[in-house]
Design a protein around this ligand. Sequence first.
Ligand code: HEC
Length: 138
Amino acid sequence: MRRVLFALTLMTLLFQAACSKERPSEEPAREPRSMVATEPEIDPVTGFKMTGDWELVRGNCTACHSARLITQQRGTSQQWLTMIRWMQKKQNLWQFDPGTESRIITYLSENYPPDAARRRAAIPPDLMPPNPYSTKTH
Ligand code: HEC
């Protein structure tokens, strides 16, 4: 019993010590920082977000079609690369040196990434109605 009491007292003391620990007064006051990064300005001519390598993208990607075709598109870097490869294969898009290509893809995937708001999440299978064409018999 005494041991239990001792343990309890010790725990209480430790707990109090932990709670009463004050912030060191030298800690600098933090600037309130917005959680939302400020959006870059939009180029009035092309509609591109004016950030990073946007001018490189403008220079390489607007010769054949409007920039709107690009700004309305979304993708991961892999998806942007796939679009570029498709244009190179089928649409006479020229080859880029690897450095240029990677800068273009970085700009695109950072500024036009897959948009969660555009697509709903897949419906969980257990919420789906029975598939009348299913050949599976449960
Ligand atoms: C040599 C010409 C040319 C250049 C340069 C070009 N594209 Fe394209 N791109 C095309 C053609 C042609 C299409 C098909 C247009 C259509 O379907 O109306 C296309 C379509 C697209 C689409 C729509 C794809 C889709 O699935 O709807 C996107 C996005 C795109 N290009 C992005 C780019 C990007 C990014 C660049 C720069 C790296 C670029 N394009 C440079 C020719 C080009």
